[in-house]
Design a protein around this ligand. Structure first.
Ligand SMILES: Cc1cc2nc3c(=O)[nH]c(=O)nc-3n(C[C@H](O)[C@H](O)[C@H](O)COP(=O)(O)OP(=O)(O)OC[C@H]3O[C@@H](n4cnc5c(N)ncnc54)[C@H](O)[C@@H]3O)c2cc1C
Ligand code: FES
Length: 343
């Protein structure tokens, strides 16, 4: 038995199999609904149910509150239809553009630019290229079938000269996958992955100035977006804010400094929340999203792309919209949710 979902205002329709989530069916059929974690934790897939009935699987209250559920909102990633549906959702142009493939990959290099950050270079079969939008992510499929998501840190065109993809992985002690990355993983290991996924990428149909906001390894997809902008000569005025705790955590500070020196349209503002005397830091301090608000009290004409810790992404979304006049639909984000956010 299948149900039909109609998306408004686009009028696009797609089918959902019995017991399938709305989002899974949309991704399978290349329909560009917005999403992030695919697992009820980030809220990026929130849509309004205008007609029909769904059953909601487990999800976090911060992704969808009881009041929002009461007001007719659903999370498409964990809602299975009981009838045909009409939903209201923005559609993301280009989200379903590239085939989603499962493939093995080989770890060709592991670097540790900071004590808790690993930069992995992965080689694809027969030096194949992965087609994706800068900002998207892949999922590793672990032995027990569970999955972990990581954003590509290199723009797709860079594979022409250096085959493979680059990921930036922060160690979360006690974490199933990252304990392995910082423990037994070695070069030449084979991993299984699937991708590309995600709707966090540059909206190229806009010419608004851009704020890029990263915390920790949230810098990865932001780096890919900057490489893509340079490659495509997209010279929209852009400010990059990168927030970390300490100086050593700005693991590609040199890369960002060099990009800002090379690109006349780019400014770079590193922000430390807990610098120590040893850091001898004379730059900006505090929470990174508050540094943006101090510099840009009026964001009504901007687009913001934010990536990294869920608490940073959520604070930025809330405060930029409430206090800086940012239109809610000009805030694009991937929150790096983990098991810690789901319990
Ligand atoms: C769209 C997306 C993109 C992402 N991109 C990146 C990226 O580019 N770089 C990056 O570093 N990360 C990224 N992440 C986060 C990444 O997917 C993982 O969640 C993260 O690396 C942790 O994985 P893990 O298996 O090591 O830890 P997990 O096993 O998920 O555990 C995470 C933490 O929670 C604790 N924990 C485990 N189980 C429980 C429980 N039941 N209750 C309470 N605490 C628990 C663990 O001890 C650990 O500290 C992304 C996430 C998303 C959703
Ligand atoms: S809550 Fe649905 S994609 Fe994150």
């Amino acid at each position: 038995m299948t149900f039909t979902v109609t998306v408004q205002p686009s009028g696009h329709t797609f089918t959902v199999e019995r017991d399938e989530a709305v989002l899974a069916a949309a991704i399978r059929q290349g329909v560009g609904l917005p999403y992030g974690c695919k697992d009820g934790a980030c809220g990026s897939c929130k849509s309004r149910l205008k007609d029909g009935r769904v059953i909601h699987g487990a999800h976090q209250l911060k992704a969808l509150s009881p009041a929002e559920e009461e007001a007719g909102y659903i999370l498409t990633c964990c809602a299975t239809p009981q009838t045909d549906l009409v939903i209201e959702s923005r559609e993301v142009v280009g989200a379903g553009q590239f085939p989603i493939k499962k493939m093995p990959c080989r770890v060709s290099r592991i670097d540790k630019p900071a004590p808790d950050v690993a930069v992995l270079k992965l080689q694809l079969p027969a030096n194949d290229r992965l087609q994706y939008h800068a900002g998207q992510y892949v999922e590793f499929i672990l032995r027990d079938g569970s999955r972990r998501s990581y954003s590509m840190a290199n723009a797709p065109h860079t594979q022409e000269t250096q085959p493979g993809i680059e990921l930036h992985i922060r160690h979360m002690p006690g974490g199933k996958f990252t304990d392995h990355v910082f423990g037994a993983m070695k070069e030449k290991d084979i991993l299984r992955m699937e991708g590309p996924f995600g709707s966090f990428f540059l909206r190229e149909d806009s010419d608004k100035p851009i704020v890029l906001l990263a915390s920790g390894t949230g810098f990865a997809p932001i780096k890919a977006i900057l490489e893509h902008m340079e490659h495509k000569a997209l010279a929209r005025p852009t400010v990059l804010y990168w927030g970390c705790r300490r100086r050593a955590d700005l693991y590609l500070d040199d890369w960002a400094q060099a990009a800002a020196a090379r690109l006349p349209w780019l400014r770079y503002v590193p922000v430390l929340s807990e610098p120590t005397a040893e850091d001898a830091w004379s730059g900006r301090t505090g929470f990174v999203h508050q540094a943006v608000m101090a510099d840009w009290p009026d964001l009504s004409g901007h687009q913001v792309y934010a990536c990294g810790a869920p608490v940073m992404v959520e604070s930025a979304r809330r405060d930029f919209v409430a206090h800086c006049g940012l239109p809610e639909d000009e805030f694009y984000a991937d929150a790096f949710t983990s098991e810690a956010d789901k319990h």
